[in-house]
Write a protein that binds this ligand. Structure first.
Ligand code: NGQ
Ligand code: ZN
Length: 464
């Protein structure tokens, strides 16, 4: 049955927790009314516990789900991000369009079941296994769009511009052959994808992969081209993730990566600086003030040994941030929050670091900040439970053994993030006013996970 309203005893609105909240939305899934301290009209479903805004996932490479857990062995004398990348390239080299679609569908269903209601797909495997464009150049992008539509997750598609293997325009290597496009060719792809995205309510943006992969002239031209296609389109870039990258950038330009970017491009609120792990305090303050979002991916950053983001300095300058699952070492919004807060505790030897002046409960403060920053990075109307935004929401189960009889919704959310299995208390997930997950399970659960298993198996056989 189709519902156009939902009632919750407790709901987390952008202004904080509210009592007796009635959400109403229209046929497009956009919220038309959010009434507080009201009563539940007959026939309107009542949530089983606190209602949270749906969480955007601002950074995903879907294909990397296929080899999650399989790079956890020593493959070099000193294992690092770079040795992991060589293993990752073996999978990137082998994947077929059918496998990508199955893996992405399975992954997006997992994301919905874990509390993500939107995803930004940073998509860089474009060509066939020999590095030649497919007969239809948009084929792999279309696999991702179809996977998102099928799973029912909101999508921001970010085709990746990738041209060089390092700073100073060093030619790409063999492992990168499926990624490479000229700037004009990328702009053609964007033109082709624009109506396809619009048709399914997806947003199209652009991702210059990194300063390593996109020389300055190409960056400038691509941004100009994007501007003429859509002046507000999101722009995402990997930046300052590894200290090796910072050293190389200083050797090349005399500037640190974020500093270089700020000096050479107009960074503003359309931008998502993915990782931005290694910034000086001055860089951090400057970057925060542009209005750009820091795209934090705590489980991947830990998995790859990147380093620890300095959240304190970022927040002090009013910086926006959101969460990404990146390589999908974890696919769980609450777990990313927990890991982010824990990294800050370990680094600063303090507790409850990511609170704000308005919200002293850290799980509540992080949820609101990450929804806000995530929505900005998506470039879609997914900024929480407020009129005009999409009806994307998560219901916690107040009867979960760890949540039962707790005194407040803050306490239930904190327990969900810091003391539960971080998925077991998720009851429902709504996207654009449609119920996608009920009792923790997506309607496509079995089908999507069987597809993922089969594709993963084939890929493993082909990369032995
Ligand atoms: C990526 N992943 O594009 O998948 C990158 C690795 C690179 C992360 N940075 C490749 N986490 O940066 O060259
Ligand atoms: Zn990434």
């Amino acid at each position: 049955m189709k519902h156009l309203s939902l009632f919750a005893e407790h709901a987390l609105l952008p202004t904080g927790w509210a009592r007796d909240v009635l959400l109403s939305w229209n046929d497009h899934g956009l919220l038309t009314d959010v009434s507080v301290q009201t009563s539940c009209p007959t026939g309107t479903p009542r949530t089983a516990g606190p209602l949270l805004p749906g969480m955007p996932n601002l950074h995903s490479h879907a294909f990397q789900r296929a080899f999650g857990g399989l790079t956890e062995y020593r493959s070099a004398t000193q294992d690092s991000f770079w040795s992991w990348r060589s293993l990752m390239y073996r999978f990137a080299a082998a994947i077929t369009p059918e496998q990508l679609e199955a893996i992405a569908t399975g992954l997006y269903v997992e994301m919905l079941e874990a509390g993500y209601t939107s995803v930004c797909e940073f998509h860089y495997v474009h060509h066939d296994r020999d590095g030649r464009p497919y007969a239809d150049d948009a084929v792999l992008s279309m696999c991702l769009l179809r996977a998102a539509a099928r799973a029912g997750i909101g999508m921001t598609l970010l085709p990746v511009l990738y041209q060089t293997s390092g700073l100073g325009a060093t030619p790409p290597n063999e492992g990168q052959r499926r990624f490479i496009r000229s700037t004009d060719n990328m702009l053609d792809l964007l033109q082709r994808l624009k109506p396809l995205c619009e048709a399914q309510g997806a947003r199209l943006g652009l991702a210059p992969h990194s300063l390593r992969a996109v020389p300055p002239d190409s960056l400038r031209e691509a941004l100009m081209g994007l501007h003429s296609i859509d002046a507000d389109a999101p722009v995402h870039i990997h930046i300052a993730e590894q200290t090796g990258e910072v050293d190389a950038c200083i050797a090349w330009s005399g500037q640190r990566p974020v500093e270089w970017l700020l000096n050479h491009t107009h960074v503003d609120a359309r931008w998502c600086l993915v990782h931005a792990t290694h910034m000086s305090a001055a860089e951090s303050a400057r970057a925060a003030q542009t209005g750009a979002v820091a795209g934090l991916c705590p489980s991947t950053e830990a998995n790859l040994g990147d380093g620890i983001f300095d959240a304190h300095t970022w927040l002090e300058s009013g910086g926006h941030w959101g969460l990404g699952s990146d390589s999908h070492a974890s696919v769980n919004a609450a777990e990313e929050m927990m890991l982010l807060e824990y990294s800050q505790r370990l680094a600063t030897r303090q507790r409850n670091v990511l609170v704000t002046e308005e919200q002293t409960s850290v799980a509540t403060a992080m949820t609101l900040a990450a929804v806000n920053g995530g929505a900005q990075a998506c470039g879609r109307k997914v900024a929480g439970l407020v009129v005009g935004q999409q009806a994307d929401a998560i219901v916690l189960d107040a009867q979960h053994p760890l949540l039962r009889n707790l005194p407040s919704p803050e306490a239930m959310l904190s327990t969900h993030v810091f003391a539960s299995h971080r998925q077991s208390a998720l009851s429902q997930v709504w996207v654009a006013g449609q119920l996608q997950v009920e009792s923790g399970r997506h309607v496509l659960h079995d089908n999507a996970s069987n597809g993922l298993i089969a594709a993963r198996q084939q890929l493993l056989e082909n990369t032995q």
